[in-house]
Ligand binder design. Structure first.
Ligand code: PSU
Ligand code: MN
Length: 319
């Protein structure tokens, strides 16, 4: 449900200059000093993880970034204002308020204009972060081409947005509920760079490997920073660089359990007629329930590893 703009929001917009995103003081200072900053998305907090664990995780992820010597910038829209860097109260609101919507890139303008509140997906977060000058972004798994694409044409807006946004995204591949080979093909077509981090295989989100090979493997944060610099010095059209970081083998979901439950989840999604933005949360929730929480642990291990690596990359890139 969109929230109506309050009069205090309207006057706040006048004071601080219309719809431009608000940077927290900490994020603004870090950017000004060329210090490392890591963008974190909020859809995973609001719509990807169960309550109340989601708030704990949101705080832990920010602490992980700080622990590695970078500044976290969790991104969300609150009462019609985009924020990069949230206060504790704002982060809590994203985690607990049931009126917080899911906002892709195309939803940003209506959300700002109508005074709504929402968590940002990869597409909206990458857009806002790159626009503010952030260079590194961490998430769990990207959206991509859905398995039913031939019928539904459902391809996440993440892909098109990443194709024209210059930011480095650390993730554990794309969600395994998707058609992974088709998504990799789209990333190639769109000119989005893909680096396997310490692996020759594209990760499988809950699984350490999707079984699909990657063309390039890097092994240190410095190597990623070097690729980022080479891209910037080459110039040309902006596109994202995906650093595909697998969940450690000991933390992955049992592959046999994964395949069995996922098949049922896809059937349920089809028979219940779930479509559009609801598809991804439905599938993630189904897997979580039907694996007895095991998929959640794998998801969290993946996200945590990505956030820590993103912070190390941001530190290397800031040197
Ligand atoms: N990764 C996770 N959990 C999530 C998502 C990613 O571990 O909930 C979110 C991201 O915000 C991603 C979105 O951008 O799912 C993709 O949704 P859709 O398929 O509707 O574009
Ligand atoms: Mn979709």
């Amino acid at each position: 449900m969109p929230l109506n703009p309050s009069s205090s929001t309207a006057s706040n917009q006048q004071e601080t200059g219309g719809y431009a995103p608000l940077l927290s003081a900490e994020v603004r200072e870090a950017l000004g000093a060329g210090a490392p900053v890591v963008a974190l998305e909020s859809t995973i907090i609001a719509h990807g993880l169960p309550r109340p664990r989601n708030l704990r995780v949101a705080k832990e992820l920010e602490e992980d970034v700080r622990g590695a010597g970078a500044v976290p910038a969790t991104v969300a829209v609150l009462d019609g204002r985009a924020h990069l860097g949230l206060t504790a109260a704002q982060l809590e609101r994203v985690a607990v308020d049931p009126d917080v919507r899911k906002l892709g890139h195309r939803d940003l303008a209506p959300a700002l204009a109508l005074g709504a509140s929402g968590a940002t997906t990869v597409s909206a977060t990458a857009f806002l972060a790159a626009r503010a000058g952030l260079r590194v972004f961490a998430t769990g798994g990207l959206g991509g081409v859905h398995r039913e694409w031939a019928q539904t044409q459902d391809e996440s807006a993440d892909l098109r947005l990443l194709a024209r946004t210059g930011i480095t995204v650390v993730c554990s591949g794309v969600k395994s509920v998707l058609d992974v080979p088709a998504t990799l093909q789209r990333l190639e077509t769109l000119g989005v760079g893909v680096l396997g981090y310490g692996t020759e295989y594209f990760p499988g989100f809950y699984l350490s490997s999707s079984g699909e090979p990657v063309d390039w493997t890097v092994r240190t944060p410095q190597e990623v920073a070097d690729v980022m610099r080479a891209r910037e010095e080459l110039g040309g059209a902006q596109a994202s660089l995906i650093v595909a970081n697998p969940v450690p083998g000991k933390d992955q979901l049992d592959p046999e359990l994964h395949d069995r439950v996922l098949a049922r989840a896809l059937d349920a999604c089809r028979s219940k007629g779930v479509t559009g933005q609801a598809v991804t949360p439905f599938l993630l929730e189904y897997l979580m329930r039907e694996t007895g929480g095991a998929s959640l642990e794998a998801n969290l291990a993946a996200v945590r590893g990505n956030v820590r690596l993103a912070a190390r990359i941001a530190v290397a890139a800031a040197r």
